[in-house]
Design a protein around this ligand. Sequence first.
Ligand SMILES: C[S@@+](CC[C@H](N)C(=O)[O-])C[C@H]1O[C@@H](n2cnc3c(N)ncnc32)[C@H](O)[C@@H]1O
Length: 232
Amino acid sequence: MSESRNVWEEFFANKKSGGHRSSAEEFISKEAREKLYHLDGGKTLLDFGCGAGELLVYYSLEYEKLVGADFSASMLEEAGKRIRERKRDNITLILANDKTLWEKLDTSFDRITAAGVIQYLTDEEVDDFIANASRHLNKGGKIVLFDLLDPRLYPLWKIGLFSRDFGADKILRRILFDARTTLLAALKNRPKDILGYTHKPYTIEKIANKHGFKMEYVQSMYYEYKYHAIIS
Ligand SMILES: C[S@@+](CC[C@H](N)C(=O)[O-])C[C@H]1O[C@@H](n2cnc3c(N)ncnc32)[C@H](O)[C@@H]1O
């Protein structure tokens, strides 16, 4: 297990929600609708890094059989509660990470997806993930990676360029604050916040091509600095 994975596994060990821009059901349902549009059909779905199942319960209305996988027991506990509350009986949850997941699966899927998860994998781990996913994908299936951090837009969002009240003084303050947070996190050898690594769209496309897929880049509808990679 790599050192970076230990850090993220520890980070999510007691988390209970996926950190969406808003946890209001109205917002999550809109996000789910956008994602279902890009998932574009299929009958079976694997949601890698399903977290507390916030999107998964919406996906379950459109799919016959679903598997949600996550390495955080606390997240899966929340997902279990949510699934029971909404009386969904077509979802199985698996405690696993990107390496251990594949041996625990006894089926393949029409769609393999991950929302807000790829940022916790290095380029090399994304490569392995797509290789493994391709072996568990049904003919004509798709791997749909949602909400990757775009390295071209993320720094602009970080300094507040997309915020309603941006101004030179606020931007400068944010740059200084971010530099301080980065330095303190580096000194403690800890991630500085919930947002992990950025991935260049071209790198993800190269990985997809290497495994015989094409990739479509789609700008995220609800996060200005994120994009979706639709791999088919
Ligand atoms: C930001 S949350 C998103 C959760 C969910 N997809 C959603 O949109 O609500 C990221 C999730 O990915 C999980 N995760 C991150 N890296 C992982 C890995 N290598 N293997 C399994 N789960 C992982 C975390 O535990 C967390 O639940």
